[in-house]
Design a protein around this ligand. Structure first.
Ligand SMILES: [Zn+2]
Ligand SMILES: [Zn+2]
Length: 340
């Protein structure tokens, strides 16, 4: 099969791999249709996040079941989305249903240290494969995994409907967080330094079927806005800004991945203002079915600005700013199969 793998020099290369075999009785082999490029993938390709050389990258995948082991309830042709963060079910974190903090994660992170979905096929145990509603388009379904991540992070912040959420960064995760928070009834202040990205965010988020107020602004405008009960840093390096913008007794959620970011905080300030700084991991298993249900109501496909065939992956690297200019699109998707 075709695959995009991480080379030893940290670049993405097109290779040919044997089709992955079914090894467990509950294994499901999925013919990949689309895979979103995640901020994590971009982080790996720009040296901000570690991954194993030689791995097939990609984890935000949707596709059709091609074959299964004897114990799977799926049938060939079923449309599915995958949960790419595998967990063991046996450790003390899994026993407490905190699957995203499973302590046995080595070799379980799809697209990072276990072969992913920038390929024609991927094989996973069936508990990491979710059926898609019949009427959900591939273009919407491919954003369900980021939405699952967003829901887990909004849960961790204990977002209260009606209370404002400030979101730092109008990349794909920032946009999906804004859609979800608006749907929950929270007013949203979306903060982005790049004027073109602000304009794009305005277009993507216009006219949503929600009544909560939305402000898209630059950091100066955010300072002037009332402080928010919740601030979500989707960039991963803006904790200091988030602490400036959060209200007394508020919560800062660190959601973006940046291995290099270091910030000095004043513990007494956190104590006096009664702040919470939380990290929630990516998604917990229960946030996947919820994301599937919520996706029926959110026009997630608007977040996807580029769909690029797998063989033209070099163009995708240019668009996301790994090899080209600054990244100014939103979600870029690798298309393994052009099924509509
Ligand atoms: Zn992702
Ligand atoms: Zn575990």
């Amino acid at each position: 099969m075709r695959a995009l793998t991480l080379d030893t020099d940290g670049t993405l290369v097109r290779t040919t791999r044997p089709d992955p075999p079914l090894t467990r009785p509950d294994d499901v082999r999925v013919r990949v249709v689309q895979t979103g490029i995640c901020g994590t993938d971009r982080g790996v390709l720009t040296g901000k996040f570690p991954a194993e050389a030689g791995v097939v990258m990609g984890h935000e995948a949707v596709g059709r079941v091609e074959s299964t082991g004897p114990d799977s309830r799926f049938a060939p042709g079923d449309r599915v989305v995958i949960n790419p963060t595998l967990y063991c079910s046996d450790c003390h974190q899994c026993a407490a249903a905190r699957f995203q903090h499973c302590v046995n994660k080595a070799g379980t992170e799809v697209g990072l240290d276990r072969d992913g979905s920038f390929a024609d096929y991927i094989v996973l145990p069936e508990r990491f494969v979710h059926p898609l509603p019949e009427d959900m388009s591939w273009n919407r379904a491919v954003v369900v995994e980021p939405l699952a991540c967003v829901l887990n992070n909004l849960d961790a912040a204990s977002v209260v409907p009606g209370e404002a959420v400030t979101i730092l960064g109008a990349g794909p995760i920032g946009l999906v967080t804004a859609m979800a928070a608006l749907h929950l009834g929270s007013g949203v202040v979306l903060v982005e330094t790049d004027p073109l990205r602000r304009e794009l965010a305005g277009k993507i988020l216009h006219d949503l079927p929600v009544s909560a107020p939305l402000t898209v602004t630059d950091p100066d405008g955010a300072v002037l806005a009332p402080r928010s009960r919740t601030v979500v840093d989707t960039v991963g390096s803006l904790l200091d800004t988030a602490l400036e913008l959060v209200d007394i007794a508020g919560t800062v959620v660190i959601m973006g991945f940046d291995d290099r970011s270091r910030v000095t905080v004043q513990p007494l300030d956190i104590l006096r203002r009664g702040l919470r700084i939380v990290g929630a991991g990516d998604y917990n298993a229960p946030s996947f079915p919820r994301a599937l249900a919520l996706a029926e109501h959110l026009p997630l496909e608007r977040v996807v600005t580029h769909r690029i065939p797998l063989d033209e992956y070099e163009r995708a690297l240019e668009v996301i700013g790994v090899t080209g200019h600054d990244y100014r699109g939103a979600k870029v998707v690798i298309v393994s199969d052009d099924e509509q």
